[in-house]
Design a protein around this ligand. Structure first.
Ligand SMILES: Nc1nc2c(c(=O)[nH]1)N[C@H]1C(S)=C(S)[C@@H](COP(=O)(O)OP(=O)(O)OC[C@H]3O[C@@H](n4cnc5c(=O)[nH]c(N)nc54)[C@H](O)[C@@H]3O)O[C@H]1N2
Ligand SMILES: Nc1nc2c(c(=O)[nH]1)N[C@H]1C(S)=C(S)[C@@H](COP(=O)(O)OP(=O)(O)OC[C@H]3O[C@@H](n4cnc5c(=O)[nH]c(N)nc54)[C@H](O)[C@@H]3O)O[C@H]1N2
Ligand code: SF4
Ligand SMILES: [Mo]
Length: 709
């Protein structure tokens, strides 16, 4: 076991009879540094200590991070493989579970073709595992159908960054520079609740006079501390960004030299934004003219600004457009590639950045290579020791895989590290699709709502029981250390995939004894790609407090700031976006008169399968609720906390209303961390962005009804 020796100043954090292992949190993209306390006698995880010397988070953690250790030894952990027999899960040996998987996968593939078994991955895993999921699907199973939960998370940011900048690194700058910025323009991010430890950097900057502009239909804890809160209608981001750019041009805030030297399409952008006068923008977005002007002047005057956004703007049918337009705002100001300025999306999951780079996506191969490009196929086939023609072609996106399950194109499925029965839009359809499967395997350490549908559940390890790397919100590759041995008979996902690949006759391509060997292969596979990890080693990560990709050579020190001289597009120039605003896929009607948006609370994580098992977090937030403005509440003759029914054309649920003046009076907000009848995803709209195939989780039309007493 690799114990990272804690540095001098930390010694007083060690208690007698315990050791501290240095690692990072398992949840969000901040990847806060922490030391996990282990009892030396029992070798059990007993607690956590903050890591003050970690460069990004400096000892800060949020309520999820400080309780994450409680999941490692949790009584609900799955300790042995489970096989469903007569509708009940029965513990089995690994041998029996693997025999069954081999038989079923082979049966399905020999009668219906290789593509009849699909893979659904996730990015709460290390880079080593995420990389291997892609290889497992293409080489181990030989299927084209693989996609992952990042499709619901980072795909529109990726689409927008690729279009405008030619490359998708979530942040163009290291966040330790944020304290020197003068202005943050944040849209659709509730960073105070979703990346709480990032706030210290914004406060540091604010203490020096920096300004904060927040666009969100709700006055979130993030918006509450803003200098300007742009309380826009859901689904109107493109109009807002166009409106701000209109004013940047009108008031001469454009960095013309930068635009001239480094950007394409300025004339088209100017023409498109011409009609987005403050009055027109205000009419579409519902934000007052005064606030729009104030925001544009603050942003326009700031020497160093960072445009930041998250799922609020990305989880829309026009998410890629929104990202492209917000990114263009930063380009017009000449900010990208410079100190303490740039553009960033708040990467969601712990390894949301690294996990999207190495081939879990239907159209992608490691290092951001493309599965449709012949030279890319050839290179990766070479690394994997197969012929290029053996490499399957592009499959379909996450939500579209459920359509293929429903129509029996996909008959067997392996879900690894995701809970799509809770986290997908329109889950009534997803549940129906799951029922059509002939055979479902799920890797998880807790029985999730998705695992309940499985024929076989394989006990995976938690993040504390294996080593590897993740890539944080900044694009910094860091180390996750093994803290304790796997509980019971659980195994790390890479080992599970290796065992199944062996059963499928592909064992020679999966000869790994430890994560480091997978990482070494990933380094080669990513070499020469946009997300180049070739020069990264575990030792250099330790030495340098993490490494920012690209790292193209062994003696390279990493790239904290990207696009300093040129962009990653073919001509090296950024593409400004000239894009009109379009309505969301579904807008309020007489029958469904209100807007519905969904998102997160600080106490829970994603589908909730982990955080709903932590008592402290459940005490703080036991169930979903509907945020509603008191004026709207009284128009419906409701009292605070009264249970109501809400419905859309796709489904309905009941939940208590929570009165708050911090939301627009035409919009409802519901957090999505619960399953089955408590899931707001019974109602959400699966309309997909045409480029990113990201569902419109953030906008649909909803009906609210008072329940009969
Ligand atoms: N506590 C907690 N933290 C998390 C997570 C978690 O589950 N819980 N998950 C992690 C992951 S995977 C992710 S992806 C991130 C997500 O992080 P965020 O994107 O910050 O979180 P959300 O709550 O989904 O949405 C952010 C905001 O978008 C607003 N919004 C809704 N509709 C619109 C719109 O049309 N336009 C604009 N501009 N804003 C809109 C919502 O009101 C909400 O406040 O958080 C990460 N961190
Ligand atoms: N309405 C609505 N829906 C949304 C969103 C929204 O804002 N609104 N946001 C979307 C976003 S941004 C995201 S990221 C998705 C996330 O959706 P999911 O991927 O479903 O989220 P998780 O709860 O993280 O699911 C991960 C599962 O894998 C398990 N797990 C964790 N680590 C490991 C591991 O290392 N190995 C294995 N085998 N299992 C592991 C956990 O116990 C859990 O059951 O939800 C999306 N859905
Ligand atoms: S901010 Fe994110 S990484 Fe940090 S402790 Fe909280 S959930 Fe974990
Ligand atoms: Mo996410």
């Amino acid at each position: 076991m690799s114990q990272f020796l804690v540095k001098e100043g930390v010694k007083n954090q060690i208690r007698k009879g315990e050791k501290l292992i240095t690692t990072h949190c398992c949840y969000c993209g901040m990847q806060c540094g922490m030391h996990i306390r282990v009892n030396e006698k029992t070798n059990k995880v007993v607690g956590v200590e903050p890591r003050y010397d970690w460069v990004l988070t400096r000892g800060k953690m949020c309520p999820k991070g400080v309780t994450a250790y409680q999941t490692v030894d949790h009584p609900d952990r799955i300790k042995r493989p489970l096989i469903k027999k007569n509708g009940q899960f029965v513990e089995s040996s690994w041998e029996e579970a693997l025999d069954l998987i081999e038989r079923k996968f082979k049966e399905i593939q020999s009668s219906c073709g290789k593509d009849a078994v699909g893979v659904y991955g996730g990015v709460s895993m290390t880079n080593e595992k995420c990389y291997l999921v892609g290889k497992y699907a293409r080489v181990g199973l030989g299927t084209r159908y693989i996609d992952y939960n990042g499709r619901y998370c980072m795909s529109s940011a990726a689409g927008g960054f690729n279009k405008t900048l030619g490359m998708d690194r979530g942040s163009t700058l290291p966040w330790t520079e944020l304290e020197h910025s003068d202005c943050f323009f944040m849209s659709g991010t509730n960073t105070a609740e979703c990346h709480p430890t990032s706030i210290q950097w914004f406060w540091k900057a604010k203490d020096k006079g920096a300004k904060l502009i927040v666009a969100d239909p709700r006055e979130t804890p993030t918006a509450r501390v803003a200098d300007v809160h742009l309380d826009l209608l859901p689904g109107t981001d493109s109009a807002l960004a166009n409106g701000i750019m209109h004013l940047l041009i009108k008031h001469d805030y454009v960095d013309y030299q930068y635009v001239e030297e480094r950007c394409n399409n300025f004339a088209e952008l100017k023409e498109m934004t011409a009609k987005f006068t403050p009055e027109v923008t205000s009419k579409i977005t519902g934000v007052s003219v005064e606030k729009i002007l104030k925001a544009a002047h603050i942003f326009g005057k700031s020497p160093r600004s960072v445009v930041m956004f998250a799922r609020g703007v990305e989880q829309q049918r026009k998410g890629v457009d929104n990202v492209s337009l917000y990114t263009s705002m930063a380009l017009l100001r000449g900010q990208i590639g410079k100190f303490a300025s740039g553009v960033a999306t708040f990467t969601g999951q712990g390894n949301g950045q690294g996990g999207r780079e190495h081939g879990q996506k239907a159209d992608a191969l490691p290092g951001y290579r493309k599965i449709a490009v012949p030279e890319h196929r050839e290179y990766i086939a070479g690394v994997w020791g197969i012929k290029p023609e053996e490499l399957p072609m592009e499959g379909v996106s996450a939500y579209e895989m459920f359509d293929l399950m429903k129509n029996k194109t996909i008959r067997g499925m392996h879900v690894i590290c995701s809970n799509p029965v809770v986290s997908s839009p329109n889950i009534n359809h997803v549940t129906e699709a799951m029922k059509e499967l002939d055979f479902l395997v799920v890797n998880d350490f807790f029985l999730s709502e998705t695992a309940e549908f499985a024929d076989v559940v394989l006990p995976a390890t938690t993040w504390a029981e294996d080593e590897g790397t993740t890539t944080n919100i900044e694009g910094r590759i860091i180390r996750i250390r093994k803290v304790v041995e796997p509980l019971g008979e659980s195994k790390p996902d890479w080992e599970i995939l290796k065992l199944i690949a062996e059963r499928m006759g592909k064992g020679k391509h999966f000869q790994y004894n430890e994560p480091r060997e997978i990482f070494d292969e990933l380094r080669i596979a990513s070499k020469g790609g946009k997300a180049d990890y070739y020069g990264v080693t575990y030792e250099k990560i330790d030495e340098l407090d993490g490494m920012f990709w690209p790292v193209p050579e062994l003696d390279h020190q990493g790239t904290p700031t990207v696009f300093k001289e040129k962009f990653a597009t073919d001509d090296g120039r950024a593409n400004l976006a000239a894009i009109d605003w379009e309505e969301p896929a579904e807008v309020p009607s007489r029958e469904f008169p209100l807007w519905l948006t969904t998102g997160r609370v600080v106490f829970h994580y994603l589908s909730g399968n982990q955080t709903r098992r932590v008592d402290f977090l459940m005490e703080q937030c036991p169930e979903p609720y509907i945020e509603i403005h008191p004026e709207l509440g009284s128009a419906y003759q409701l009292e605070n906390n009264e249970r109501v029914k809400i419905s859309t054309p796709r489904g309905e649920m009941t939940a208590p209303v929570r009165f708050t003046k911090a939301i627009r009076n035409d919009t409802l907000f519901v957090p999505y961390h619960w399953g089955k009848e408590l899931s707001i995803n019974q109602l959400t709209n699966p309309a997909l962005d045409p480029i990113s195939r990201m569902p419109e989780f953030k906008v649909c039309a909803v009906k609210l009804e008072k329940l009969a007493k």
